[in-house]
Design a binder for this molecule. Sequence first.
Ligand SMILES: N[C@@H](CCC(=O)N[C@@H](CS)C(=O)NCC(=O)O)C(=O)O
Length: 310
Amino acid sequence: MSELILHHYAISPFAEKARLMLGFKGLSWRSVSIPSILPKPDLTALTGGYRKTPVLQVGADIYCDTALIARRLEAEKCSPSFYPEGQEFTCASLASWADSVLFLHSASLVFQPASLAVRFAKVPPEAVKAFIADRSTLFDGGSATRLPLELAQHQWPTLMNRLDTQLQRNGDFLLGVPSIADFSVAHNFWFLKQTPVTAPLVDDYPAVLAWYQRVIGFGHGAASELSPADAIEIARNATPVALPEEAFIDPNGFNVGQQVSVSAVDYGVDLVEGELAFNGREEIILRREDARAGVVHVHFPRYGFRISAV
Ligand SMILES: N[C@@H](CCC(=O)N[C@@H](CS)C(=O)NCC(=O)O)C(=O)O
């Protein structure tokens, strides 16, 4: 059985979402540190160009985006589940809203000058400059736009008041029982709670705060370090797992075996080229051959990613 390998860096909120998901399931995993800005040559040897954080590797199978990483972890260990029975649509849709709308609010609030000054207080000026330059082009060519700070501040109390009210009435978790929605919402608050400038945006809501502590309490599971070179070697020595079986006709006519590119729709839209190996309702898989990593299957969620002909 191949090990779960998470490629991530400490201060990434979506990485925190993945770490908490691993903790919730009580899983052991290997931790590969990746850079927070481009270039990321070791990561893209595996992904073929996808640069966002985090990425999950299992042998020669590479999973992009936490929405799909959650489904892969569910396949690894089905209980406790991210998708409570009968709430499949509700929890996935709430998670998807949190990963997009709520995250754009949180990012705008965290990137406000007063908060950045504290976050970057101990970071060398050249590193701050490089980080800002990297992030200034992250949204280029994508459908998402940054939310102006004034609008994020204006709308935040509505979002938080609704969440707080629901949590007061609905038990310990957003849908009563734990689900993927809890992890997609919680990582936003983890992001805000990193400095005293933005922490009150969470702390002022008692039911949200109590719930947040509950979710953070799942911890990160058991992690042990792995070097990027060893992760690539593991991919090279492994064979991608058997493809899923699903009868599915692509509405835009893309066929298995065709050369295509896949990219995120919202931001970080770098293309990954390869042979379409699988095309299903939840997942797209590209087969690609890399000089360092060998033959890998790169998995993307269907929702939020587009296929283009090359
Ligand atoms: N939809 C993606 C979003 C991931 C994301 O936006 N990650 C941020 C870090 S928290 C990122 O990739 N930033 C640029 C980078 O790390 O290079 C997911 O769920 O994994």
